[in-house]
Design a protein around this ligand. Structure first.
Ligand SMILES: NC(=O)c1ccc[n+]([C@@H]2O[C@H](COP(=O)([O-])OP(=O)(O)OC[C@H]3O[C@@H](n4cnc5c(N)ncnc54)[C@H](O)[C@@H]3O)[C@@H](O)[C@H]2O)c1
Length: 357
């Protein structure tokens, strides 16, 4: 399957690795900065592979190389425009998170992908973490019984050196703050595990230490799910001196699970009323990862390739991408308006937060 990568920055190494691991035919890479393309090819030992073309314009690349699948790993504010172009041309897409920066753009992606029967997946790769897959099986088997509440804590550190790497970071138009960038995976997992249907979100955000950004560096929220469960979100890039944890808790009448590690990759607590021998292996499950982005890109790519071959929806659908985005925009709107945000959110964009801090 012919594949091309659009955007060759920090996360692109996970995409290259996933492409190689899945045996994709890498026909091209694209970045507006040629040195970024060279660096990523070099890193993966592909710099001398003459079959991989370089493009500084993604439109030209699509027209010329006609890849079947692309992944879009540019700054977040460009995802929607590039994705809509690719979908229009019938190219399947893996879109880095957040899928878009507005509800309107997310809806356009969902609708166009449906119309063109193009497979599009939002890159929430942590859904493929071994621990998260085990938790999902328990949720689907109804092992928790009624769920009381759940929490996600993303307590990370991002310092000036990180934000200085690119001018788009922490801007409302291209990135958003810690909730949109760093916490979106955890927020996606909380919503997915708690039953997806949300009544309202009440959130507060602040910019405490990163006054050189536009957006927030800490946010907390209370989520009321339609099934009666409640959730809490705490996300920040303010933890001194380094990443502390990304931890998901689910509390049900018959079960308690705590998934921790740096990126929800280890099971810290796994207690169920209907415990069997098979649960023992989960009690101390730890998945080794080389960075906080985990190992999930390879599995996500494999799933999308299978979805294309078998004409089915990807495991992480566009709707999942919109749901995660909607939660964060709902927190933003709540901060702006000072009242809870009712869902569904029919319109809101990160840029509606301009001049908040
Ligand atoms: N899934 C994850 O865990 C994860 C982790 C990190 C980042 N991300 C997401 O990946 C995206 C990229 O993040 P990053 O940290 O790699 O950023 P980055 O700034 O390091 O890389 C972005 C790259 O896109 C290039 N680019 C910009 N416009 C382009 C265009 N029109 N065509 C081709 N290339 C273009 C830039 O030159 C740059 O090299 C962001 O949306 C971010 O939220 C996801």
């Amino acid at each position: 399957m012919k594949y091309a990568l659009i955007g060759c920055g920090r996360i692109s190494t996970n995409h290259m690795k996933a492409a190689v691991n899945n045996g994709l035919e890498i026909v091209a890479v694209c970045d507006i900065l040629p040195e970024k393309m060279e660096a990523i090819l070099e890193k993966h030992g592909l710099a001398d592979d003459a079959s991989i073309k370089r493009y500084t314009c993604y439109k030209e690349m699509i027209e010329t190389e006609k890849p079947e699948l692309v992944s879009i790993a540019t700054e977040s504010g460009k995802h929607a425009e590039i994705a809509l172009y690719c979908i229009e041309k019938g190219v399947h897409c893996i879109i880095e998170k957040p899928m878009a920066m507005s509800i309107d753009d997310a809806n356009k992606i969902i609708d166009l992908a449906e119309e063109k029967n193009v497979k599009v997946s939002a890159c929430h790769q942590n859904r493929f973490n071994v621990a998260i897959q085990e938790l999902r099986k328990a949720v689907e088997a109804d092992r928790f019984g009624r769920i009381s509440h759940g929490s996600i804590h993303v307590r990370w550190n991002r310092n000036k050196g990180y934000y200085d790497q690119a001018p788009w970071r922490g801007t409302w138009a291209e990135d958003g703050g810690c909730l949109m960038n760093q916490c979106i995976h955890g927020i996606d997992l909380l919503r997915w595990m708690m039953g997806d249907e949300v009544e309202e979100v009440y959130g507060t955000t602040r910019q405490q230490f990163h006054d050189y950004l536009e957006a927030e560096d800490v946010g907390v929220a209370v989520v009321k799910f339609k099934n009666g469960a409640i959730g809490t979100i705490e996300g920040t890039t303010n933890v001194y001196p380094k990443n502390l944890e990304e931890t998901l808790y689910i509390f049900g009448e018959n079960g308690t699970v705590k998934i921790g590690g740096t990126s929800t990759n280890n099971i810290d607590v796994w207690d169920f009323a209907d415990e069997t021998e098979a649960d023992q292996a989960n009690k101390n499950l730890q998945e080794q990862t080389s960075n906080v982005y985990g190992n999930g890109h390879t599995s996500l790519f494999a799933d999308v390739m299978d979805a294309i071959k078998n004409d089915r929806k990807p495991y992480v659908e566009t709707v999942a991408g919109r749901n995660a985005l909607e939660m964060i925009l709902a927190i933003y709107k709540s901060q702006r308006d000072g009242v809870p945000t009712k869902l569904p959110l029919t319109e809101f964009a990160s840029t509606d937060m301009a001049n908040t801090f």
